[in-house]
Write a protein that binds this ligand. Structure first.
Ligand code: KIV
Ligand code: ZN
Length: 395
């Protein structure tokens, strides 16, 4: 049975890689305790799969993955491994105590990576895929295989690689846009073609993993889902290698807000998104840009007179989702030089003032003059200005 909110919609599973790809972002290293805290929070908010780290990378990473595997109640815990037997064995050991553990192994498939990074032939890589996925499947039932740089890989060869991975037992096939090069229609088509051409493609869940080099990571992720993918890999605040990964909060709210044109649902509790953003920002010491979609401090703030007037009459005039739906208490009307009389009056009411018409008019003129001189207008500025006005009109 499907619940009323999900009926008729396909489930998309959310794979969070804040602790792996996110931590690979220069300067975003987290301590052991911070990683445990982030993992606990991701599990509590309904993330389906948590990629907890890269166990072979360091003893610290191994211990963090192993500890998260032990403590996590619901989510699948994934450990990353290159297509190297020692990596796979270490990842298997790290997720061994998870209720549900996954080994995520990857290898490059594009000509540029094969020639310059791996120095291997296409046939060599096919053999590597078969051997490493088989090894991983002997350790756990849940194996994800990723074709690194898939979006710069000729489709015929990519089909052969995916076929080999499925044949060897991969349960999830991830086709990452490793360098953030794809555009949405192209990425959608790649999934559609692969799923049509590869034998037994329906035996695996297909996954998107998009980087934001061209600012298209979220758009590409949603396009990949349109092409048949049912897992989205993403990070809180979009942190990750270079320009980052698709932002989890944007993916979740796009699915939730535009269910009318995208018939999908996911399990993440959206009211936890703002807190999650703050926890990850504090753990990584990475500030969240003010205008960041969903979780930026301006995401539900309005300054212009026209917008403030509209929002005061009906919030939906300029808000496509409620602040409460992402865990923000309320919309904020920021007082500045673009603010109009309606918002000013609203602010005065909030501060407990009732002014006669002429006083209001004078106070508004003073407020505009102040806003022209001063960048940030605080409640105290407005109080001082109104008190001055009241003192003068009482004299
Ligand atoms: O971007 C990428 O290709 C990756 C893989 C390891 C999945 O992060
Ligand atoms: Zn990545």
């Amino acid at each position: 049975m499907t619940s009323p909110t999900t009926s008729g919609k396909d489930r998309v599973v959310i794979f969070d890689t804040t602790l792996r790809d996110g931590e690979q972002c220069p300067g975003a290293t987290m301590t052991h305790e911070e990683k445990l805290e982030v993992a606990e929070m991701l599990d509590a908010m309904g993330v389906d799969i948590i990629e907890a780290g890269f166990p072979i990378a360091s003893v610290g990473d191994f211990e963090a993955v192993a500890e998260i595997a032990k403590q996590t109640r619901n989510a699948v815990i994934a450990g990353l491994a290159r297509a190297i037997p020692a990596d796979i064995a270490r990842a298997g050991e790290a997720v061994r105590h998870a209720k549900r553990g996954r080994i995520h192994t990857f290898v490059s498939t594009s000509p540029i990576h094969l020639a310059h990074q791996m120095r291997k032939s296409e046939e060599d890589v096919l053999d590597i895929i078969t051997a490493t996925v088989t090894q991983a499947r002997n350790l756990v039932d849940d194996v994800e295989w990723s074709a690194m740089d898939s979006t710069r890989t000729p489709i015929e060869y990519l089909c052969r690689c995916v076929e080999a991975a499925i044949k060897a037992g991969a349960t999830t096939i991830n086709l990452p846009d490793t360098v953030g090069y794809a555009v949405p229609e192209e990425y959608r088509r790649m999934f559609k073609t692969i799923r049509e051409r590869v034998p037994n493609a329906d035996k695996a869940v297909f996954s998107v993993h998009c980087h934001d080099d061209l600012g298209l990571a979220v758009a590409n992720s949603l396009a990949g889902v349109e092409g048949g993918a049912r897992q989205i890999e993403c990070t809180i605040n979009g942190i990750g290698e270079r320009a980052g990964n698709a932002a989890l909060e944007e993916v979740v709210m796009a699915i939730k807000t535009r269910g009318d044109v995208m018939p999908y649902w996911c399990n993440v509790e959206s009211t936890s998104l703002t807190r999650a953003s703050k926890v990850v920002s504090a753990a990584t010491s990475f500030p969240v840009q003010y205008n960041k979609a969903i979780v930026g401090r301006n995401a539900f703030a309005h300054e212009s007179g026209i917008h403030q007037d509209g929002v005061l009459k009906n919030a939906q005039t300029y808000e496509i989702m409620t602040p409460e739906s992402v865990g923000v208490k309320q919309t904020s009307l920021v007082m500045g030089k673009h603010s109009g009389r309606h918002a000013f009056q609203h602010k005065l009411k909030e501060l407990g003032y009732e002014l006669a018409d002429n006083q209001l008019q004078d106070a508004f003129v003073r407020f505009k003059a102040l806003a022209d001189r001063k960048k940030d207008i605080y409640d105290e500025d407005i109080e001082a200005l109104v008190d001055q006005e009241l003192a003068q009109t009482h004299d």
